[in-house]
Ligand binder design. Structure first.
Ligand SMILES: C[S@@+](CC[C@H](N)C(=O)[O-])C[C@H]1O[C@@H](n2cnc3c(N)ncnc32)[C@H](O)[C@@H]1O
Length: 208
């Protein structure tokens, strides 16, 4: 077959996650709590819809994904750094000892990464995590239990390590992608108490 024949093959359909450019409402909801100008990690970034939100808000953003072609337009963006890495093949953690003021993980689950994700949070840093959960298999992909959170699993991940300021689990009918989801927003400030009782500082949970 000639190269020309290959070139003329119809292109593959654009994957679902790249057709969605609006950030998740859960990420938008908590964006105001991230330290102004702070460094943000968009892990398994896809087309980078969340990292792009934070670039627009004046943050420095590191995007990590094994497929970085959808992020190619960010090559000349000063505050954006794009790292190509497979997070599941046993390669070294691509961020070394770097820490961030916020880590965003949306629609991606690889449980072995939980300790590494927690270790990338700077003191006071925020974890915003949202992905599909058990029950989603009745609606749409993903259906593989390896990619679906168990009830309370994100709470267990951060228990005793982060302050939970937001958590939800259930069927999301509107939003970016419908399905059964679990959502967490938690802050790495359990050790930053200035109170006699040791409780961490309170954060605004008002919807802005
Ligand atoms: C459903 S998409 C979500 C993208 C983005 N977080 C969003 O919400 O739009 C999942 C992303 O995980 C990435 N991914 C899957 N397996 C990966 C791996 N082993 N290493 C790095 N990235 C991976 C895919 O390339 C894809 O961009």
């Amino acid at each position: 077959m000639s190269n020309n024949a290959l070139d003329s093959k119809p292109s593959m359909e654009v994957p679902r996650h790249l057709r969605i450019v609006r950030p998740s409402p859960w990420v938008e909801r908590w964006a105001h709590l991230i330290r102004p100008g702070g460094a943000v990690l968009d892990l398994a970034a896809g087309g980078g819809r969340h990292g792009r939100l934070f670039l627009a808000r004046g943050h420095r953003v590191v995007f990590v994904d094994r497929t970085i072609e959808p992020l190619a337009d960010l090559a000349d963006t000063n505050d954006a750094e794009v790292i190509a890495a497979d997070l599941e093949d046993g390669s070294p953690w691509p961020l070394g000892e770097r820490t961030f003021d916020a880590v965003i993980v949306v629609n991606y689950l690889h449980r072995e990464l939980f300790p590494l994700i927690l270790s990338t949070l700077a003191p006071g840093g925020m974890l915003i995590y949202e992905t599909f959960a058990h029950g989603n298999e009745d609606y749409a992909r993903p259906r593989n239990p390896d990619h679906l959170l168990k009830s309370g699993e994100l709470l267990e991940m951060v228990n005793g390590k982060l302050q939970v300021v937001g958590y939800e689990h259930g069927l999301v009918e509107g939003g970016d992608i419908a399905g059964v989801k679990q959502r967490l927003c938690a802050v790495n400030d359990l050790a930053l108490s200035e109170r006699d009782d040791g409780d961490p500082p309170a954060h605004s949970i008002s919807r802005v």
